[in-house]
Ligand binder design. Structure first.
Ligand SMILES: NC(=O)c1ccc[n+]([C@@H]2O[C@H](COP(=O)([O-])OP(=O)(O)OC[C@H]3O[C@@H](n4cnc5c(N)ncnc54)[C@H](O)[C@@H]3O)[C@@H](O)[C@H]2O)c1
Ligand SMILES: O=c1ccn([C@@H]2O[C@H](COP(=O)(O)OP(=O)(O)O[C@H]3O[C@H](CO)[C@@H](O)[C@H](O)[C@H]3O)[C@@H](O)[C@H]2O)c(=O)[nH]1
Length: 442
C-alpha cells in the first residue's frame, strides 16, 4: 500500500501500517522530507514514532519516494493524508493538495485499486473525487474510493493509529471497499475495534462533527472560566465537580488558553463555511461563538499579565514557557502560546520563549521573538513568567530554581496546570485564567 503525504498524519500512518505487517511506500512532494524519512529520521516530534519508523525500514517493509509512477506501480491501496489547510483570508478548507493527488495519481491507475481518503475534508468532497477518478483513471470504475477519516491526536499518534477507538468507512454502495479496508485493519479489528460503515457524506461529517464537539467542550469550560473571573470563582474546581457527572465527563474540560493546532481551529471554520455553501449555515452558528470564546482567551491572557505587572508591558521582560500548541508535540500551527507571546511583544514587552521541543518550528514562524536555551535562560530578569503550554517540566517546576533569576516573582498560569500553593508559599504573586487566588482552598 502507499500513503500520499508524509506529514504528522501520513508519516505516522505509513509507519504504523508497516508495523501491522503491510508493505508500505510513503509518497511526498517534499524531497527533503522524503530524504530524512528514508534515513529513518522523523521530521517532527512524535513520541514512539522514530522507533517504529526505523524498525520497519530495517525490516524492509517501509520505504519512501517522491515518484507517483513508482507509487502507482507499488500498491493497490492508496491512502491520502495530505494537508487541507484553511484558505488564506477565508474560513473554507483549501483542497488543492487533495485534488493534486487525485489528478496526478488517477491517470496512472491502470489496474483495480482502492483509494482511501484520510485527510479532513468538507462534506461532499468524496463524492466529487470518486466521480473524477472514474473519469481520469484508465482502470475506470475498478478504481474505488473509500472515505476513512483519521482521529489521531498528536502526542499519542502511534497508539491512536495502532489502537483506534473506531474505524469509519464511508463507501459507495455495492463496492469492494469495505472488504479491502477490513483486511487492511484486520489486526485492530481482531481486538474488537468498532468498524463503522456508512455513506460518504456521513463519514466526512463524523470527522468534522467530532472535532466540533471537542472544540465546543473546550470553549464551554472557557466560557465558565470567564464567569469564574467575573465572580471570583475557580474553574478547575468547577470542572472537577461537573466532570464527576458521567454524562459530562472530566476529559477535555481543561480551561485555559483554549484550542490551537493544525486541526480544531481550521476544522470548525471549514465546517461553518461548508454549512453556508449548503444553505445550512444556521445549524452551525454556535461554532462562531465557540471560535470567539476560544480566541478571547488569548487576549485575556495578555490582559491578566499586563495587569499583574502594573498596567503596561513597555520596558518589561516577559518569560514565556511553552510554544507548542500542546505538550508532547513540536507543532506550532495556530499555537495559542506563540500568539500570546507575539501580542505581548507588540505591546512593548521583551519576550523570551522556551519550549522543550518546538523551538525550531517557532523560530521559523515567529523569527522576531527571542528564543532561550532553558527555563532559567528565558526567566533571566523576567518581570513575569507565563506558563502557556503544560509540559511536565513546567507543571512540576520548583520555584526555588528561579530565585535570584527573575526580576519580579510573578507567575501567570495560562493552562490551569500549576499548583497555586507551591508558588504562593514560595513568595510569588500567582495569576491564572479562570481562577481567583483569594478563593483557593488549602
Ligand atoms: N495532524 C493531525 O493530528 C491530524 C489528525 C487527523 C487528521 N488530520 C488531517 O490530515 C491531513 C494532513 O494533516 P497533517 O497534520 O499531517 O499535515 P502536514 O502539513 O503535516 O502534512 C501534509 C503533507 O502532505 C504533503 N503533500 C502536499 N501535497 C502533496 C502531494 N500532491 N502529494 C504528496 N504529498 C503532498 C506535504 O508536503 C506534507 O508533508 C489534514 O487534512 C488534517 O486535517 C491531521
Ligand atoms: O481540555 C482541553 C483539551 C485540549 N485543549 C487544547 O485543544 C487543542 C487540541 O488538543 P487535542 O485535541 O489533544 O490535539 P490534536 O492533536 O489537535 O487532536 C485533535 O484534532 C485531530 C485532527 O483532526 C483529531 O484527529 C483529534 O481527534 C483531535 O483531538 C490543544 O491546543 C489543547 O491545548 C484544551 O484547551 N483543553
Amino acid at each position: 500500500m502507499t500513503v500520499f503525504g508524509t506529514g504528522y498524519l501520513g508519516a505516522t500512518h505509513a509507519a504504523c501500517m508497516a508495523e501491522l505487517g503491510h508493505e508500505v511506500l510513503g509518497v511526498d512532494v517534499d524531497a527533503a522530507k522524503i530524504e530524512r524519512l528514508k534515513a529513518g529520521d522523523v521530521p517532527f516530534y512524535e513520541p514512539g514514532l522514530p522507533e517504529i519508523l526505523k524498525r520497519n525500514i530495517e525490516a524492509g517493509r517501509l520505504s519512501f519516494t517522491t515518484s507517483y509512477e513508482e507509487a502507482a506501480e507499488f500498491g493497490d491501496v492508496h491512502f491520502i493524508g495530505v494537508g487541507t489547510p484553511q484558505r488564506r483570508g477565508e474560513y473554507s478548507a483549501d483542497l488543492k493538495y487533495v485534488n493534486a493527488v487525485i489528478e496526478t495519481l488517477g491517470p496512472l491507475l491502470k489496474r483495480p485499486a482502492l483509494i482511501a481518503g484520510k485527510s479532513t475534508v468538507p462534506v461532499g468532497t468524496a463524492q466529487a473525487l470518486s466521480k473524477r477518478l472514474s473519469e481520469i483513471a484508465p482502470a475506470g470504475d475498478d478504481v474505488e474510493l473509500v472515505w476513512n477519516p483519521e482521529f489521531l491526536r498528536e502526542g499519542y499518534a502511534v497508539k491512536d493509529t495502532l489502537e483506534p477507538d473506531r474505524i469509519v468507512a464511508g463507501v459507495k454502495p455495492g463496492g469492494k471497499a469495505e472488504t479491502i479496508l477490513r483486511d487492511v485493519y484486520a489486526k485492530a479489528l481482531s481486538t474488537g475495534t468498532p468498524f463503522l460503515v456508512m455513506d460518504y457524506a456521513t463519514a466526512e461529517l463524523v470527522k468534522v462533527s467530532a472535532n466540533a464537539f471537542l472544540a465546543t467542550k473546550i470553549s464551554f469550560i472557557n466560557a465558565m472560566a470567564e464567569m469564574c473571573e467575573a465572580v471570583g470563582g475557580d474553574v478547575t474546581l468547577l470542572a472537577d465537580a461537573i466532570g464527576h457527572d458521567a454524562r459530562i465527563g472530566r476529559r477535555f474540560l481543561n480551561a485555559g488558553l483554549g484550542f490551537g493546532g493544525g486541526c480544531l481551529p481550521k476544522d470548525i471554520r471549514a465546517f461553518m463555511a461548508r454549512a453556508g455553501e449548503l444553505g445550512a449555515d444556521q445549524a452551525l452558528t454556535f461554532l462562531r461563538e465557540v471560535d470567539s470564546i476560544n480566541m478571547r482567551r488569548r487576549s485575556r491572557m495578555v490582559e491578566v499579565a499586563t495587569e499583574a505587572v502594573g498596567g503596561t508591558l513597555i520596558g518589561k521582560n516577559v518569560a514565556v514557557l511553552g510554544a507548542a500548541f500542546k505538550p508532547d508535540s513540536d507543532d506550532v500551527r495556530d499555537s495559542p502560546a506563540l500568539n500570546v507571546a507575539g501580542m505581548m511583544q507588540l505591546k512593548g514587552a521583551a519576550v523570551s520563549v522556551y519550549d522543550p521541543k518546538a523551538m525550531e518550528n517557532s523560530s521559523k514562524v515567529f523569527p522576531t521573538l527571542n528564543y532561550s536555551e532553558s527555563i532559567e535562560d528565558a526567566c533571566e530578569k523576567a518581570d513575569i513568567v507565563l506558563v502557556l503550554t503544560e509540559w511536565p517540566e513546567f507543571r512540576n517546576l520548583d520555584p526555588q530554581i528561579l530565585d535570584g533569576v527573575v526580576r519580579q516573582k510573578i507567575i501567570a498560569d495560562g493552562r490551569t496546570c500549576l499548583n497555586p500553593h507551591t508558588w504562593i508559599d514560595a513568595g510569588w504573586t500567582f495569576r491564572a485564567l479562570g481562577r481567583s487566588v483569594s478563593v483557593l482552598p488549602q
